[in-house]
Design a protein around this ligand. Structure first.
Ligand SMILES: [Zn+2]
Length: 430
């Protein structure tokens, strides 16, 4: 196995230091003797963070290999600086049994670009009625700890209560896609001035906030653990802040696109901007950024949602909601949080690596960059700027909402247990 000496990297944005990666671990931080066969990487000016961890990725396999595969999706992940992703359960077949989660987990190991941790469905077939085999998925080789019907909300309060009760046995968490279904029937975009002007059916903020409030109360009642997916409104921030204040075991995520883009993007009806939950207002964005900075929102998660062109490049009403995110997430976080001074690099490591690893109960990721820890790392050029081109991304799909935008910060290299999985934007071994 190749050993690497990473010269003069700024660990978490601090003072430059050398890192020796050997046999899958960080063998040493600081200077010292090295062997002749060590590959030297000049990291002068680069920032080193622990490998990023995504709690919310759609890899589409099995079932929609025309949109993404585990191989292509995890290539995109590695190029985006990720060493671990959680693969959402809304595949075909749905990941609601030990067999399907083990299949996805195995595909991830075979591809080798990053660790893949399957998310198990909460209910059979995402039907919202009967609990899936949560215990069997937890006990499987995939060791599932995160369960979600994402794409759909577990809207039945009794089913949600049973799920929260069930996962306590193995320290699992229910990740809720908070969307009250009756309040969002036929919804096409954020309900507000612009939806009224465009004549599109609105998705009101209260449909998210009401479910989050209910689920926080259920979580208190049951004494379990809740994670809120893609929180998107200022009101949801208030609900989560109040719950945390009284001690609810709730964590929350925000997507990069909800930190940067507003519902005004819907003007022009370009379906690349259609997403669920929808893009909200500038006031919501301000609240989300402030909440991520002060810890009310725990993590950034991509909700990477590739779609084949026939599902996306169609009229707005019929287009599938969702956006690519893995290769742009870090840059959007730099743009929206680091450059405005809301987060430093230590903060980026917290919201994109340490906290998501903790929520997913991962042991080998989100660790400190110190000797004897697994060598899961990303090297970032903070000064570089690049222009997003969907066709040039590793994903099989091209539906990036950041097409043509110039963004700050580039991933220079990613290391998974000491093996280089992406090098200057080119995935290793391809
Ligand atoms: Zn969702």
């Amino acid at each position: 196995m190749t050993s690497y000496l990473i010269k003069s990297a700024r660990i978490l944005g601090g003072e430059p230091a050398d890192l020796l990666l050997e046999d899958g671990v960080i063998a040493r931080v600081g200077s010292g003797p090295v062997g002749d066969d060590v590959v030297v990487v000049d990291a002068d000016g680069l920032v080193a963070l622990p490998g990023l961890v995504d709690l919310h990725t759609h890899l589409r396999e099995p079932g929609r290999e025309d949109a993404e595969t585990v191989d292509t999706g995890t290539q995109a992940a590695a190029m985006g600086g990720f060493t671990a992703v959680h693969a959402m359960a809304n595949t075909d077949p749905v990941a609601d049994t030990a067999g399907v989660v083990e299949q996805v987990w195995r595909l991830g190991r075979e591809a080798g670009h990053c660790d893949v941790f399957p998310v198990g469905a909460v209910t059979v077939g995402l039907g919202g009625e009967r609990l899936a085999e949560l215990g069997a998925m937890a006990d499987s080789a995939a060791r599932v700890r995160v369960f979600s019907d994402d794409g759909r909300c577990v809207s039945d309060a009794v089913v949600m209560r049973r799920a929260l009760e069930y996962v306590k046995a193995f320290d699992g968490v229910i990740a809720q896609h908070a969307q009250e279904p009756r309040l969002t029937q036929g919804a096409q975009m954020h309900e507000g001035e612009i939806s009224a002007r465009l004549g599109l059916t609105g998705w009101p903020a209260v449909a998210e906030e009401a479910i989050i409030a209910r689920d926080c109360l259920l979580t208190d009642h049951v004494g379990s653990r809740l994670h809120v997916c893609h929180l998107s409104t200022a009101g949801s921030v208030e609900v989560v802040a109040a719950a945390k204040k009284r001690g609810t075991a709730v964590t929350a995520e925000v997507t990069p696109h909800h930190l940067l883009l507003t519902d005004e993007r819907a003007v022009g009806y370009d379906p690349v901007f259609k997403v669920n939950p929808p893009l909200r207002t500038a006031a919501d964005i301000s609240a989300l950024r402030a909440a991520l900075a002060d810890g009310v929102i725990d993590i950034v998660a991509t909700d990477h949602a590739p779609h084949a062109s026939q599902d996306k490049e169609t009229e707005w009403d019929n287009a599938s909601p969702g956006m690519l995110g893995l290769q742009t997430a870090l840059s959007v976080v730099i743009e929206t949080m680091v450059l405005p001074g809301l987060l430093d690099w230590r903060g980026v490591a917290r919201v994109m690596s340490e906290a998501p690893a903790r929520i997913g109960r991962l042991t080998g990721h989100g660790r400190p960059i110190t000797a004897a820890e697994p060598a899961n790392l990303v090297l970032i050029d903070p000064e570089a700027r690049w222009t997003v081109d969907g066709a040039a991304l590793a994903s099989l799909s091209t539906n990036t909402p950041f097409q043509g935008m110039e963004l700050p910060g580039r991933v220079v290299a990613t290391y998974l247990r000491g093996r280089c999985t992406a090098d200057a934007g080119v995935p290793a071994g391809h």
